[in-house]
Design a protein around this ligand. Structure first.
Ligand code: HEM
Length: 156
């Protein structure tokens, strides 16, 4: 089949990506871009910080919010748009936290609410699915660490 100009994803406009074609395709499919993800992250953490249960857990561990928010925008850019911008390690950051699945449920409820407000419908569905998947795997890491404190989380 001959591919037309329209069907060939070009470099993603206004976004640096390690995989520009994948990023352009995801942007077209989801309606997401870096500005929307930035808004999502900032509004979401405003809500998290104001939350009676989650707020204190974050405030006890994050002194300077600017770098955390920048890291989270890079994370969501990598997860949702495959830009490869995030180079961190979420598992060791969460494994020692004093949390249960109820905390993840609360985190997800705030995330869903914010995503539905900020993102176009396809984009909200995309980031919510990813967040649910990652929450389940971080919860497994937390449970492993709680069962065997001080050991490396077993993710198999
Ligand atoms: C119970 C729910 C959660 C709590 C209480 C929580 C708490 C935290 C805290 C306190 C940090 C900062 C750690 C530090 O800098 O020492 C952090 C970092 C981070 N969180 Fe969460 N988190 C939760 C769920 C999630 C979920 C579901 C995701 C992904 C969808 C996520 C993604 C991240 C990422 C990417 C980082 C940065 C890790 C790094 O590169 O250092 N978190 N989280």
């Amino acid at each position: 089949m001959t591919r037309t100009e329209d069907s060939v994803p070009g470099p993603a406009p206004g976004i640096a990506s390690a995989r520009p074609e994948a990023t352009a395709r995801l942007m077209a499919e989801t309606g997401l871009d870096e500005a929307i993800l930035r808004e999502l992250v900032h509004r979401f953490y405003d809500r998290v910080r104001a939350d009676d249960v989650l707020g204190p857990i974050f405030e006890a561990r994050i002194d300077d919010w600017e770098p955390h928010l920048d890291r989270m925008v890079a994370f969501w850019s990598s997860v949702a748009l495959m830009t490869g911008r995030y180079h961190g390690a979420p598992v060791p950051a969460h494994a020692p936290l004093p949390v249960t699945w109820a905390h993840f449920e609360r985190w997800l409820a705030l995330f869903r609410q914010t995503a539905e407000e900020i993102c176009p419908p396809q984009g909200a569905a995309h980031v919510i699915t990813q967040a649910e998947r990652i929450a389940r795997s971080l919860h497994m890491a937390v449970r492993n660490a709680q069962a065997a404190p001080g050991t490396v989380p077993n993710l198999s």
